[in-house]
Design a protein around this ligand. Structure first.
Ligand code: G4P
Length: 531
């Protein structure tokens, strides 16, 4: 198969949802269709969310699985489908944001009873920013939930997303009869089952009285509702979906394996193959001959005897080849990889080559940071790997004076993985760790001990926000740093960070020093604080 065909047949996407909407179940059913797994219940990595916050041992135990399930590739009807796993637990949300940068499209799962929930809203914001094409799957139709029209309105309003139903439910809960597929014009009748695949019946002419034979008195309601649907929603235009202007919607029940196959069939037809990617310097087309890719995730090795890690690289252009020297743009060094890993189903295997859209795992001994670019020589830097804004802060102290080197190294490497962010106070030299979730502190403590034999202790610090400062006015910056020296810190890259202990303090700083910009993100791209 030619290079261009390889690109065209790839579909790299993520499934996102609020915890419990059914992401794991849907992933599992998609993998069953792809022949990637053979029994339901094989994908359990997301069950992490169900463990108590303090139960980190359990998380660690499951991390072994989640490395393998970080990417789940399978072949389906001539397409190479790559599902990128996104952690369900909200404390790991920034991991999900980063993974979204490697997705060419997204499926959002919504629970029919709960509608749009907090996490969905947040994740959709990232998709909107990145103009990622989105398909919505409304799940749990076997349970009583919201009226379909109301729910679609809610999605439009809450997610700021125009929708277009491509299937329509026939009743719900105990009376759920199935869906009418508007896109393929056929009828799928619901029978609760967990492993079987539903048959669909071609049904072009809805006025045909045979409809009553299948679904009884719901036939008339279906006709009326579909009339309304065609009045309210314009005809589906694939380009609008690809331009992220409209999101097709499907209804089904992942648990009952209902509506999943039709979702997958339409998905491979309409979802985008690998898209061009923007670098600071220029746009990169997947069809370009020369290889380029970026690191979107770094995962520590499970084996405590080996401190190496796996860097997950999304291939953007060209063909990646094993044992070929590639330029690590940030370091300016050439690196060769003798055992790049591809992820097919539950298995990892060494690959000779990989194509745009693929994700490969590279063994890393500490060279990589999230967002790093690899190329054949061109000095480009991929854009848009989000850094997160820390919300919780604690001082980290060495609890074992004999192991201070190990502690420093451990902290350094964990920060490169993007687990949290480190600030060094310019006032007292103490180290402050900032995270987005409470769980990260436990993760750090546990991993420092088990991977670096270092012990740490946490001490409270009262902080509101960490703000990176941007300005052209060096004089004012100098003045500010002098006045606020107690609150100034350096981040890992030596940049100035203002650790504000209250919203009021931040507000005062902003109004007293109008030439300074305060940013919640280190890359200054978003979330400028306007007061
Ligand atoms: P998540 O990854 O989005 O967090 O959700 P997950 O798939 O784990 O599903 C959450 C719960 O919802 C699970 O039940 C799952 O069985 C159930 N579920 C998923 N799809 C459907 C559906 O179509 N209909 C119904 N009725 N339930 C569905 P659980 O009891 O929390 O977990 P488990 O013990 O069954 O694994």
């Amino acid at each position: 198969m030619g290079f261009k065909e390889e690109i065209k047949r790839r579909r790299t996407f993520g499934i996102i949802s609020h915890p419990d909407a059914g992401k794991t179940t849907l992933t599992e059913k998609l993998l069953l269709f792809g022949g990637a797994i053979h029994v339901a219940g094989a994908v359990k990595s997301n069950k992490i969310k169900k463990t108590a916050t303090s139960d980190f041992m359990e998380i660690e135990r499951q991390r072994g699985i989640s490395v393998a399930t970080s990417v789940m590739g399978f072949e389906y009807k001539g397409h190479k489908v790559n599902i990128l796993d996104t952690p369900g637990h909200q404390d790991f949300a920034e991991d999900t944001y980063r993974t979204l940068t490697a997705c060419d499209s997204v499926i959002i799962v919504i629970d029919v009873a709960k509608g749009v929930e907090e996490q969905t809203r947040k994740l959709m914001k990232v998709c909107r920013m990145r103009k990622t094409p989105v398909i919505v799957f409304i799940n749990k139709m076997d349970r009583l939930g919201k009226d379909a029209f109301d729910l679609l309105d809610e999605i439009e309003q809450e997610l700021e997303l125009s929708v277009n139903p491509l299937s329509w439910p026939i009743n719900m809960g105990p009376d759920f009869k199935g869906v009418y597929n508007i896109y393929n014009r056929n009828l799928s009748l619901f029978t609760p089952a967990t492993q079987t695949v539903e048959e669909s019946i071609d049904f072009d002419d809805l006025s045909n009285p045979k409809l009553e034979e299948y679904i009884g008195e719901d036939a008339e309601v279906l006709r009326e509702e579909l009339d309304l649907v065609s009045g309210v929603y314009p005809e589906f235009d694939v380009q609008d979906y690809l331009d992220a202007k409209i999101a097709p919607v499907f209804f089904g029940s992942a648990l009952n394996n209902f509506g999943v196959r039709e979702l997958l069939d339409v998905f491979i037809k309409i979802a985008p193959s690998p898209l061009p990617c923007q670098t600071v310097e220029r746009q990169i087309q997947p069809e370009e001959d020369k290889f380029s890719g970026f690191v979107f995730k770094i995962h520590a090795n499970m084996d405590p005897n080996h401190r190496d890690r796996i860097a997950f690289v999304k291939i953007v252009s060209g063909t990646f080849k094993r044992n070929t020297p590639y330029l690590h743009v940030r370091n300016g060094k050439k690196l060769k990889f003798s055992s790049p890993t591809a992820f097919m189903a539950e298995k990892k295997s060494i690959v000779e080559e990989a194509f745009p859209g693929d994700i490969i795992g590279l063994h890393d001994t500490g060279n990589f940071k999230i967002g790093d670019t690899l190329t054949e020589g061109e000095k480009i830097n991929f854009k848009g790997i989000p850094s997160f804004s820390p919300e919780l802060f604690k001082y980290i102290e060495n609890a074992d004076p004999m192991k201070s080197k190990q502690l420093a190294k451990g902290i350094d490497q964990l920060m490169d993985e993007g687990v949290a962010q480190l600030f060094t106070s310019q006032f007292n030299g103490r180290k402050v760790i900032g995270t987005v979730g409470a769980l990260q502190f436990e993760v750090i403590e546990y991993r420092l001990l088990h991977e670096y034999s270092a012990s740490c202790r946490w001490e409270p610090i009262h902080l509101h926000k960490a703000c990176w400062i941007k300005t052209e006015d060096e004089e004012q910056l100098k003045e500010f740093k002098k006045a606020k020296y107690q609150y100034m810190a350096k981040d890992k890259h030596g940049r100035d960070v203002f650790l504000a202990d209250s919203g009021y303090m931040l507000q005062m700083a902003q109004s007293n020093y109008p030439n300074l910009e305060f940013h919640l993100h280190q890359n200054f791209k978003s979330d400028r604080i306007w007061l």
